[in-house]
Design a protein around this ligand. Structure first.
Ligand code: C2O
Ligand code: CU
Ligand code: CU
Length: 496
């Protein structure tokens, strides 16, 4: 395995990154003598020393942030939207002027956006033109098991496979990504992900900003070396992936009209947490949060900062009418610095609104079962092993059997308090509500219907989920994809 040879170089503290001009460098991340950054155990920190001084340099704010194009169906008859989407190698420019080889859906670094409607099924034929096996999981999808991207169920190079998405779920920002076991971290990092937006009628009537004013933004960190290569190391740290890209570009600008925009923010980083705010001329602006992973909140929530863990989604409305034409408004991450510069370039009539009430959450049924789940590392061997409940993933073992229709409470513990490793917990097939965080208060970012949640070192988060409709095997895992690659994943089986 490739990471064996790097083992000798995995020393903590190698990550002092040269001050490359314009690159978004993390502040407060681990360096020698400093406390380990909390997103991975210390032994996963550090990186080959030879790499650390070779990040590319570039001038920020020279390219526009692209919005991934909406994929057009090849057929819409019979009430089903049918799409074709190849997995293919492509070249992109992450940094202006240097070509970067990436793995993509349909050639886009951030694949095309699939727009679905509640109740109208989508079928996608994925053809794997890559030279590695891969598959596709619809994250946040309420999906039959055969189409869920089971990690051992791969599309071989040259092969293809059809996935069916019934879209029997509320409007929400979902995303699709590779889920091939042991290689998901590398595949997603190298580009295999895109947005899948479910719209529903109830939402349409609210009058929220739509069309060109409804903008998905995928934010993820990256290590781009001086040749433009997107470098993947299974054992990486915050210093090792200093550039945080917005829709595949480092520090792009985005022209906006002086009106309200809906931004669908996805943290597609493998591990990095994002703490985001907007500011202009040093003044922090307002974000109005309207949705989380599973769609609209009951009511809009004014925020000054939103915190988004790996794979989580947060939707905010930003009203640029507050800023004079000619202003620049930065989207800033507390650690990495400015990520996107919104340039207010014109006035506009704004017919959109953010109503006081958005959408009530479904009632919480009475739970019948309580389970305990823990995420942790076994660091006793030569290589770290990721574990759920003390065991690494085994496709031949069903960890939990869940009765269809049942409501359960899961107590999810981050068992790595001693080494200070963060984890995020993700459950397939259904969404959950976060009930409490042990002795700690709920975080504002726990609101709404969730499918992924951050669990701090030593913390226990209580969730409630109902398992409806589909039978079969579904995954639950840490969504730090390096951790799931190393085994921090398990499966449940829904039975009749
Ligand atoms: Cu985003 Cu199991 O995946
Ligand atoms: Cu998922
Ligand atoms: Cu983890």
């Amino acid at each position: 395995m490739t990471f064996l040879s790097r083992r000798g170089a995995l020393a903590l503290g190698a990550g002092v990154v040269a001050g490359a001009a314009g690159l978004a460098l993390p502040r407060g991340s681990s360096a020698a003598g400093a406390p380990a950054a909390p997103h991975a155990p210390a032994r996963l920190h550090g990186a080959p020393a030879a790499r650390t001084a070779t990040h590319a340099t570039f001038t920020p704010w020279t390219v526009a942030m692209p919005v991934p194009p909406v994929l057009q169906p090849v057929q819409t008859s019979g009430g089903v939207d049918v799409y074709r989407l190849p997995l293919q190698a492509a070249t992109t420019e992450i940094l202006p002027g240097s070509p970067t080889a990436v793995r993509t859906f349909g050639g886009g670094f951030v694949g095309p956006t699939i727009r679905a409607r509640t109740g109208r099924p989508v079928r996608v034929a994925f053809e794997n033109r890559l030279d590695v096996p891969a598959n596709v999981h619809l994250h946040g999808g309420h999906t039959p098991a055969a189409s869920d991207g089971y990690p051992m169920d791969l599309i071989q190079p040259g092969g293809s496979r059809v996935y069916d998405y019934p879209n029997q779920q509320r409007g929400a920002t979902l995303w699709y990504h590779d889920h091939s076991h042991h290689t998901e971290a590398e595949n997603v990092y190298l580009g295999l992900h895109g947005f899948y937006l479910v719209d529903d009628d109830a939402e349409t009537y609210l009058g929220l900003p739509g069309g060109a004013y409804d903008v998905p933004i995928a934010l993820r960190d990256a290590n781009v070396d001086e040749t433009g290569k997107l470098v993947f190391n299974l054992f990486e740290d915050l210093d090792g992936r200093p550039a945080v890209l917005a829709n595949g570009k480092a520090q792009p600008y985005f022209p906006v009209a002086a009106r309200k925009y809906r931004f669908r923010l996805l943290n597609s980083s493998n591990e990095r947490e994002l703490k985001l705010h907007v500011e202009s001329g040093g003044q922090t602006g307002q974000l109005v949060q309207i949705a989380s992973d599973g769609g609209l909140l009951p009511a809009p929530v004014p925020r000054t900062e939103v915190v988004i863990g790996s794979a989580e989604r947060t939707e905010v409305v930003v009203d640029f009418a507050k800023y004079p034409v000619g202003s620049q408004v930065l989207l800033v991450d507390a650690a990495a610095g400015p990520l996107v510069r919104f340039d207010v370039v014109r006035r506009a009539v704004d017919g959109s609104r953010v109503p006081d009430r958005l959408r009530p959450l479904p009632a919480l049924p009475t739970p019948a079962v309580t389970r305990d789940v823990s995420m942790s590392f076994d660091l006793s061997g030569e290589l770290p092993v990721g574990m759920m409940d003390g065991k690494p993933f085994d496709a031949n073992r069903v960890d939990f059997t869940v009765k269809r229709g049942s409501t359960e409470i899961w107590r999810v513990t981050n068992g790595d308090g001693a080494i200070g490793a963060n984890h995020t917990f993700h459950l397939h097939q259904t969404s959950f509500r976060v009930l409490d965080r042990g002795g700690n208060p709920l975080r504002p970012d726990d609101a709404g219907l969730k499918d992924t949640v951050q669990v701090a070192p030593g913390e226990t988060v209580r969730l409630q989920a109902t398992f409806n409709d589909y039978l079969g095997k579904y995954m639950f895992h840490c969504h730090f994809l390096e951790h799931s690659s190393l085994g921090m994943m398990a499966q449940l089986e829904v039975v009749a």
